[in-house]
Design a protein around this ligand. Sequence first.
Ligand code: PLP
Length: 458
Amino acid sequence: MLPQPVHGRAGAEASGPRGTSVGRQPPGPNRDTSAKPFATAWDDGGMTGTAATATRSVTTHRVSARIGAITESATLAVDAKAKAKKAAGEDVVGFGAGEPDFPTPPAIVAAAVAACADPRYHRYTPAGGLPELKAAIAAKTLRDSGYAVTAGQVLVTNGGKQAVYEAFATLLDPGDEVLLPAPYWTTYPEAVKLAGGVPVDVVTTEEQGYRVTVEQLEAARTERTKVLLWCSPSNPTGAVASPEEVEVIGRWALEHGIWVVADEIYEHLVYGGAQHVSMPVAVPELADQCVVVNGVAKTYAMTGWRVGWLIGPADIVKAATNLQSHATSNVSNVSQVAAIAAVSGDLSAVAEMRTAFDRRRQTMVRMLNEIPGVTCPEPHGAFYCYPSVKALLGKSLRGKRIESSAGLAELVLDEAGVAVVPGEAFGTPGYFRLSYALGDADLEKGVTRLKELLSEAV
Ligand SMILES: Cc1ncc(COP(=O)(O)O)c(C=O)c1O
């Protein structure tokens, strides 16, 4: 017997802009009650039993409740709005995009050009990826993280995003809880919910440098907790956990039999003495309950090539490969050849980008902290600043009351031509995310405009 589905974005509209119940919470866990597993994701809209069954028809639920509850990626939405304004001739500075502003290094492009001309690369590859790429990823992982894995533990995916999706789809049963330190990358809760899991926000603040503590995680743990999502360096905050913190949290996960999905996509973008430590290296015994997610997008300025991977225990990788074989099959063969050149080459290109990002990071954090009502802790990784704008909420700006960071972000785009992503997208209203992966001159122009506008708030 099927209950009556709600039209459209049932979960999302019931509980807030993202379909999560984040609101303005104090630090601590937040169980997302809208995140029902597949089996219970239907809402009968007040009707039950045969009445609901009788009125159910194909025309009342064009989009399934499961897919209808997915929110638009706010980061891509901001970027699209900024690009549309630019295309219309407006002078917009975009801090929304999460991608390096550098071209892919020439040696990587040359490898792809050669592959295009070679009929060997015009065919399907094994669904899990070219064997030589898997071997190169295993070698790179040992070189960069000190983590020894076999090629059989690697699955090549369509970007890190597919790796995240497949990791949760492979690990979660309906109702399994996933601890998500917030602010979090906007895709995680959606991927968890699609897999039938329940995202549990563990909210961190600027005062703690957005670094979650083992005490916060322990307070959020229940007998349903299956996975901890771990992302350091973090998108959106730029926070980097210290080696000690990584070890303490890894040991806690081991002790409680909790899986860790460790997203290491920003591993090479750390600044000012910060160090990235891979969790299964800090706690080697954790390897059997850990899935590492990574990709070429951020390290080699290859966001458009769509190559990522996951690394995990052989049974998990085998199951995730089965899933991928029925979903997307192999990643573009030509992109896989480009990725071989990337991961087997040296790290000089990322070293150059890191120097530029570090300079821009320092400029941005200094300028943001000069704006009245804006507080920004220093980020030590990735390419984002995550300032609090909470002190501006409730004030007025150009005749409008500032009700939320989402509203303020719209005002900033309309009045100052500056695109930022509001904290609502990352599970923490009251903040902005600004990417500093853009030219120095644009960066200064954009933050200056922000300062001029926000200084008018009364
Ligand atoms: C934290 C994090 N993980 C994974 C990804 C996925 O990257 P891609 O799918 O482009 O490889 C991103 C991209 O923005 C990210 O910020």
